[in-house]
Design a protein around this ligand. Structure first.
Ligand code: FMN
Length: 189
């Protein structure tokens, strides 16, 4: 399996509006591949305008917020590049689509890395941050997973939250688990 980096991808629509989405960048040779499942605004934007900016963040409230419908995170213009980055980015990568592999379900956009720029220090791994990222991914796949798997995963991830979370991680965890619990509630009615 290839290495995948979880980040926030900014793309630009035909109306000039930016769109952000949490996505995994798949490493393949010299490319980072963006692979959005249909339907997707990121996909439509990349077909229309072949560039993106990846923001690498440690504020996991942004992953949690995005999967719960909050996308108004502060952005900064990137000099000489059309897709903005998140203000919270520790670093960002400017990505240019070199080629596109069409697919009915999940097209793949092979991106060349134009530039990587650092903004803030990376202060080490934190298990609670990883747990929030896992829960955020879970929250986007609820309809595909059996109830038991959701419960088991959440119980396991909760351990890292209890042991290692700071205030931001706890806030992100509350947000994303509230969404998951609301979904589970509708399933048991
Ligand atoms: C950490 C993380 C990684 C994700 N990676 C992908 C991905 O690689 N492909 C995908 O289609 N969705 C992925 N998702 C789900 C998308 O963020 C979500 O479906 C999003 O709304 C994309 O659709 P959009 O382009 O219409 O915004 C991921 C979610 C999270 C939290």
């Amino acid at each position: 399996m290839p290495m995948i980096r979880e980040c926030i991808v900014t793309t630009v629509g035909t109306n000039g509006q930016t769109h952000i989405a949490p996505l995994g960048l798949i490493e393949q040779d010299e490319f980072w591949v963006i692979a959005p499942f249909r339907p997707s605004t990121t996909l439509a934007n990349l077909e229309a305008a072949p560039f993106a900016t990846a923001s690498f963040i440690d504020d996991v409230r942004i992953f949690a917020g995005c999967v719960c419908g909050r996308s108004d995170w502060p952005q900064e213009a990137v000099p000489g590049w059309p897709a903005a980055r998140l203000t919270a980015a520790l670093s960002h990568a400017e990505l240019e689509v070199a080629r596109n592999e069409p697919d009915q379900q999940r097209p793949r956009f092979f991106c060349r890395i134009r530039k990587i720029v650092s903004h803030k220090p990376f202060l080490g791994f934190n298990r609670a941050q990883s747990a929030v990222v896992e829960a955020a991914i879970l929250a986007t796949r609820l309809g595909m997973l059996p109830r038991e798997k959701i419960d088991t995963e959440l119980a396991y991830l909760q351990i890292a939250i209890d042991k290692t979370a700071g205030a931001a991680e706890r806030e992100a965890w509350e947000l994303v688990t509230a969404k998951i619990e609301a979904y589970l509630q509708t399933q048991s009615e």
